[in-house]
Design a protein around this ligand. Structure first.
Ligand code: 13P
Ligand code: SF4
Length: 308
């Protein structure tokens, strides 16, 4: 392991590469990355780097976003199969039909989408800035929000909007068991329940705080409470535990106790060894069709401008 870490650091220097990692990555990938963050922070870092090569330890849409922002740079991903069930729940051709059927609507898409979906979008959002961006639009603006139904429904509830929602979902966040969380609350009555807005409404309604991964981390750091039940992908617990070693973080249990369903199987495809190989061989490389990229960059830049 130590040899691999040394080799990765040498290759990184030699190739002038930047390693970005999402909070849902394996701990060892978070630890070797130049920067660890949520979807918004990764896009922000990708938009301002002067590195020649960007390695995205995350899933495909994150690497695609980095490539769209940096068409002349090499963007690598340790495992090309690191996809996203939420992005897959929104095929670009079907979403375009939905958009065309509602021509008087502004189209907001979650960053967890393919470049093809972004190409027919007006503004991209992440879970960190979705409320801020929706609030920035006139109150009477008709809005389509896709693809995450739970996030869209949550944003409707906290903004008083009535956005038209695409019915997509993340297979990790939909899996958490309300009954098992309530049972845990009996064992840890002082624990605070933290939940990501991709979770179902029934879970959000029994949570104490709802926010993006970075918001959940910040809440855990600044709260006086010492125990947390965390309803999002369990990779975030690594940063929570690092930031607050004296506090207790309990991963929220999924409905099916026979699987590690609170881990994203796509995120976990990336490993230290695959990171080493991808830096060494400069493959798999993420490419985006130029005609699509030219359209997809606009709503991403619009998001970055609003989020500054
Ligand atoms: P954030 O990084 O915006 O919290 O989103 C979580 C997620 O599902 C990434 O795949
Ligand atoms: Fe996609 Fe869900 Fe995995 Fe995030 S956790 S990458 S939304 S499947």
């Amino acid at each position: 392991m130590n040899k691999l870490i040394t080799a990765i650091n040498e290759l990184k220097k030699e190739k002038k590469a930047l390693i970005l990692a999402h909070y849902y990555q394996r701990s060892e990938l978070q630890d070797i990355a130049d920067f660890v963050g949520d979807s918004l922070a990764l896009a922000q870092w990708a938009s301002k780097t002067d590195a020649d090569v960007i390695v995205m330890c995350g899933v495909h849409f994150m690497a695609e976003t980095a490539k769209i922002l940096n068409p002349s740079k090499t963007v690598l991903i340790p495992d090309m199969d690191a996809g996203c069930s939420l992005a897959d729940s929104c095929p670009a051709d079907k979403f375009e039909e939905f958009v065309n059927a509602h021509p008087d609507h502004t189209v907001i898409s979650y960053v967890n989408t393919s470049a093809g979906v972004k190409a027919v979008t007006d503004i991209v959002v992440t879970s960190t800035n979705a409320k801020q961006i929706v609030d920035s639009l006139p109150k009477d603006e008709k809005i389509i929000f896709g693809p995450d139904y739970n996030l869209g429904n949550y944003i409707n509830s906290i903004t008083g909007r009535n956005m038209l929602l695409w019915n997509g979902a993340c297979h990790v966040h939909e899996q958490f068991s309300v009954e098992k969380i309530l049972a845990l609350k009996k064992i840890y009555p002082n624990a605070i329940v933290l939940a990501h807005p991709e979770c179902k409404n029934t879970l959000l309604s029994i949570s104490d705080f709802v926010g993006s991964t970075s918001a959940l981390l910040k809440y855990a750091q600044t709260s006086d409470c010492n125990q947390f039940i965390v309803a999002t992908e369990s990779g975030i617990l690594h940063q929570m535990q690092k930031a607050c070693p004296e506090k207790t973080f309990i991963p929220a249990p999924p409905n099916d106790s026979t699987c590690a369903c609170n881990e994203c199987n796509f995120m976990r495809l990336n490993t230290l060894e695959k990171l080493y190989l991808c830096l060494k061989n400069e493959t798999p490389e993420v490419l985006v069709d130029e005609k699509i990229a030219v359209k997809a960059v606009k709503p991403i830049v619009r998001m970055l401008d609003i989020s500054e």
